[in-house]
Design a protein around this ligand. Structure first.
Ligand SMILES: Nc1nc2c(ncn2[C@@H]2O[C@H](COP(=O)(O)OP(=O)(O)OP(=O)(O)O)[C@@H](O)[C@H]2O)c(=O)[nH]1
Length: 403
């Protein structure tokens, strides 16, 4: 980050005395549980991702200056160069000569902000020592981050699972540049594609369409904010939204200017994208599919409610497609790669089974009693490469019916 670190520019609200050193020998004191200790509530974390320059920091600045009644801890996974928050962090960290755990900057509206070089469990654990000072965590990833690698860290991690929960992934998309990013990649990605075409000798690429960072960020999103609407025409915007929808049939999509979301709840905060799967969540994905993107698609497998005796077979199907990238029983298929998976599976004489998956990590839970609707058909939505082949449904039905 290129912030000026002269002393006279230290903003009043920076309190270096509050910065934890995070050194190994400073183990936080354990507080023994007593009957009087109030139960700790889990803190939600939203991951904010998006391509370089899409408007992530603009969104965080907007949130941190809005009055929303929440005390939000913002974690910046990079050192930027121009934005106020990032500048404050550089200044507060001016005596640091080597990478140290994050400095914390209290902000005017009750939020706090910290910056880390690497996103990892340790950074969040460090932050959790400040638990009580905030009730929400926003994590801004670097522009080139693959959210599929980051999400599982916060979703089912045993250590952190007791103190935080992954609320969802918000992806900012630059309406002006996203189609180019999807078709040509960026930097290295574009060069790699050119190399592959040269290797072929005919200018064709036989390894399949390019999977870019932009694809990964859209395919894993629970909310996509198509930002910079002022830079495109209505028709261009419509084309972008349709392309995003064809990649990710599960995400909520909103258009924004200067990252100003119409409301924070449900679009950035309190998404509950990983702790429930409602019919409404699956409605877009179940409506038939356009194939506007050559690389990633959303596909919905619809099948009858399963019986309790089929639960093991259903789990075997999930394990095989997610852990082995294969279909059970060696059924022939085109290559595939699943990024995101959600399902609602009614179980006859039982509850509705809810399924969530990110890459090869998945989790099944039973819907709460009031969400039951055992007459519904079962729906399993897959987002990724090669997921729209009929072999998926055929293999699932065969797996469920094999004795
Ligand atoms: N015209 C226009 N500019 C915008 C909009 N939103 C953000 N910007 C500008 O675009 C530039 C990049 O925005 P940032 O918020 O820094 O983007 P970022 O995603 O954090 O970028 P990186 O940190 O490089 O990954 C800044 O100059 C913003 O002021 C918008 O809706 N319209």
């Amino acid at each position: 980050m290129g912030g000026d670190s002269s002393d006279d520019e230290i903003p009043d609200l920076v309190q270096p005395g509050t910065i934890p050193t995070g050194q190994d020998d400073e183990v936080p004191q354990l507080v023994e549980s007593t009957a009087d200790t109030p139960p700790t509530t889990k803190v939600p974390i939203t991951i904010v991702t998006g391509y370089l320059g899409a408007g992530k920091t603009t969104l965080l600045n907007y949130i941190l200056t809005e009055q929303h009644g929440k005390k939000i801890a913002v974690i910046l996974n990079e050192f930027g160069d121009s934005i106020d928050i990032e500048k404050q962090l550089t200044i507060s960290d001016q005596n640091t000569t080597e990478a140290k755990p994050a400095p914390f900057v209290p902000l005017a509206n009750g939020c706090i902000c910290c910056s880390v070089k690497d996103v990892g469990v340790a950074a969040i654990e460090n932050l959790m020592e400040h638990q009580g000072n905030f009730d929400y965590i926003l994590l801004e990833t670097t522009g080139l981050a693959d959210p599929g690698n980051i999400a599982p860290l916060f979703w089912l991690d045993d250590g952190l699972g007791s103190s935080i929960f992954l609320d969802g992934i918000v992806t900012l998309v630059d309406a002006k540049n996203v189609l180019k990013s999807l078709d040509e990649g960026f930097g290295d990605e574009a060069e790699k594609l050119e190399e592959r075409k040269k290797e072929d000798g005919h200018g064709h690429d036989h390894k399949g369409p390019l999977l870019t960072t932009a694809h990964l960020q859209i395919s894993h999103a629970d909310v996509v904010l198509v930002n910079k609407t002022d830079l495109v025409s209505e028709d261009e915007l419509k084309t972008v939204v349709e392309r995003v929808r064809s990649i990710n049939g599960l995400a909520k999509i909103k258009t924004t200017n200067k990252s100003q979301v119409p409301q924070l709840e449900g679009l950035v905060l309190d998404l509950h994208a990983y702790d429930q799967v409602t019919d409404a969540d699956l409605q877009f994905a179940s409506k038939g599919h356009s194939h506007l993107d050559p690389t990633i698609a959303t596909s919905t497998i619809i099948f009858p409610a399963i019986s309790k005796s089929q639960l093991d077979a259903f789990d075997r199907f999930l394990r095989t497609i997610l852990w082995e990238d294969e279909l059970p029983d060696g059924k022939p298929h085109d290559k595939f790669e699943i990024h995101r998976l959600k399902g609602r599976i009614p179980v006859v004489d039982g509850n509705v089974l809810l399924v969530q998956g990110v890459r090869n990590v998945y989790d099944t839970t039973e819907a709460k009693t009031e969400e039951q609707n055992a007459d519904d058909e079962a729906k399993l939505v897959l987002i990724g490469r090669g997921v729209d082949q009929p072999a998926f449904r055929e293999s699932l039905i065969a797996t469920l019916t094999t004795k």
